[in-house]
Design a protein around this ligand. Sequence first.
Ligand code: ADP
Length: 253
Amino acid sequence: MILLDNVSKTYPGDKNPALDSVSLHVEPNEFVFLVGKSGAGKSTLIKMITKEEVPDSGKIVIGGIDLDYVKKRHIPGYRRRLGVVFQDFKLLPRRTVYENVAFALEIAGMSGREIRKTVPKVLELVDLLDQAKKFPSQLSGGQQQRVSIARSVARQPKILIADEPTANLDKLTTAEIIELLKKINDFGTTILVSTHDEEVVNNLQKRVVTLKDGKIVDDQKNGGIYKLDEKKVEKAPRVIQTPGHAMRKRVIQ
Ligand code: ADP
């Protein structure tokens, strides 16, 4: 569903590559967390998928589409096939919740009749049907992110990409958003989420791909946990060790 093969990218003027021979294969219906320190290359990897940036070398195939062959004029159409969610929501401030979702469908060429049928359904999915007439400024951050998610899933994309979708949200709201992404994943959408949120990653136990200095340094296929580098992995068990545990460990050794 998402295929990157030996993808490298160095931004003009930079010495080090933002992505260095990255290969990643995501199967249909997977839920993947992308983690890594600031500057590790997470956003660049996501921009490769959305074709906001192009690689210097390597191959990218998304949902069967080889991005080398997506011409500039076809990029907006290609992006509409993906659902993309941003940390700053990117809602239209002068349009209501309903209109924000409807507008995205209008641009995608859906008929008025279909739009009137679809918008209430997706607003119900994100539990915002009762807020349909409000403007983004009248909503909480979590509600705004739910509108943004509604807008991106309204066209039923096969893939949903989210770059730090909970970066501006509190703990409780973050949990709600992740729960919603999980629900969307359960309906069959492949999901790739970049995050800094250790708790979110550890609670969900999904696939976790770790980037460091533009390279994939770890790929935990199932039950993945948040670990940025080797030091942290060594430290982690010590935190939960009890004296009994330490003794048992000594006996086993
Ligand atoms: P992350 O999302 O993990 O914080 P990024 O993909 O934003 O990482 O950045 C990876 C590297 O690429 C960093 O060294 C960053 O400084 C560099 N970089 C990102 N965007 C640009 C850009 N537009 N121009 C130059 N360098 C960039």
